[in-house]
Design a protein around this ligand. Structure first.
Ligand code: ZN
Length: 108
């Protein structure tokens, strides 16, 4: 199982490749099994969903925009300290592993 995802839910990330390149957003979900992340407001697609409706109005179609998961290799975390897209390093102190920004060494 690919389990090298360093990004967590709630992280701010920027998209580095593809159609949504340059957009930033908050990670809404990490899908470890497939190595993908869902980012709020990024990579949206329009989907029509059927409303059950009421007995009087009957079913109707409604358009919603949903974020589509994207590959974790296409996003980079934005350091909350230096505000730059960065790579994540780890500092191990005893039992705890802390994520740090490779640019400014701040704890993420
Ligand atoms: Zn930093």
């Amino acid at each position: 199982m690919p389990n090298k995802i360093k990004i967590k839910k709630g992280d701010t990330v920027t998209v580095t490749a593809g159609r949504e390149k340059g957009k930033t957003g908050t990670v809404a979900r990490v899908i470890k099994e497939t190595g993908r992340v869902m980012i709020d407001g990024v990579n949206l697609y329009k989907k029509f969903v059927r409303n059950q409706g009421t007995r009087r109005s009957g079913p109707s179609m409604q358009q919603v925009e949903l974020p589509r998961a994207m590959d974790v290799s296409n996003v980079m975390i934005v350091c909350p300290s230096c505000k730059k897209p960065t790579r994540i390093g780890f500092v191990v102190e005893g039992e705890t592993k802390t994520r740090v920004c490779k640019k400014c060494q701040a704890t993420i």
